[in-house]
Design a protein around this ligand. Structure first.
Ligand code: SF4
Length: 196
């Protein structure tokens, strides 16, 4: 059976889709069947919100994180339904996203996330569109980087708790350049270790 929910540490992670608008050179799913011992490729199709809620049960965790082997905002409606369920159980919600949700849906989705997500981690990955294109190989090559920055700005404007993330392997100079981009957008930058 497909894995809809998996546990890492004190958090439960939700795996809503295989679809992604990037094909990052560093993606944890490249050439892999599993992550942290969980088989995350969805073979039987994408889960319904009801199937995810059944898998979450009583939300025995600190936080429920929308992450998995694809870009969760492809499943915006299901994600928002699950958010309401998680909040009803008194737990926090977080989205790990490539920031393309508004490009994917053709409208600004940030207003729809307000009050539903307690944290949004937006992968910045690079300090400019050229580097981003080389690293992330987006399906929307002309708009991916700018669209991601616009999404971040709109999240900030709608009062969402959001931040950019980059991996430390990009080097100090590029981290500094990413910090400058984050400052321009007006949200924090978190630097995390590369996951092998
Ligand atoms: S955006 Fe995330 S899931 Fe998509 S290819 Fe990049 S690292 Fe993988």
């Amino acid at each position: 059976m497909d894995t809809y929910v998996y546990r890492i540490g004190n958090n439960l992670y939700v795996n809503l889709t295989n679809r992604c608008s990037n094909r990052c050179t560093f993606c944890v799913r490249n050439g892999k069947e599993t992550f942290e011992g969980y088989a995350l490729w969805l073979r039987e199709g994408e889960p319904t919100a009801e199937q995810v809620m059944a898998a979450l049960g009583e939300c025995d965790c600190e936080e429920v994180v929308f992450c998995g082997f694809g870009e969760p905002t492809y499943r915006l409606d299901a994600m928002l339904e699950v958010c309401a369920y998680v909040h009803a159980h008194g737990k926090k919600t977080r989205l790990n996203t490539n920031g393309h949700g508004s490009l994917i849906h053709g409208r600004d989705i940030a207003p729809e996330l307000a009050g539903k997500l307690d944290g949004i981690n937006i992968s910045l990955n690079a300090s400019n569109a050229k580097l981003y294109g080389e690293l992330c190989r987006p399906l929307f090559p002309d708009t991916a980087f700018g669209g991601m920055l616009s999404f971040a700005r709109s999240c900030r404007e709608h009062g969402l708790n959001c931040w950019f993330s980059v991996v430390d392997c990009i080097g100090e100079a590029e981290v500094a350049a990413c910090r400058a981009v984050a400052q321009q957008v007006g949200i924090p930058l978190r630097v995390r270790e590369m996951i092998e």
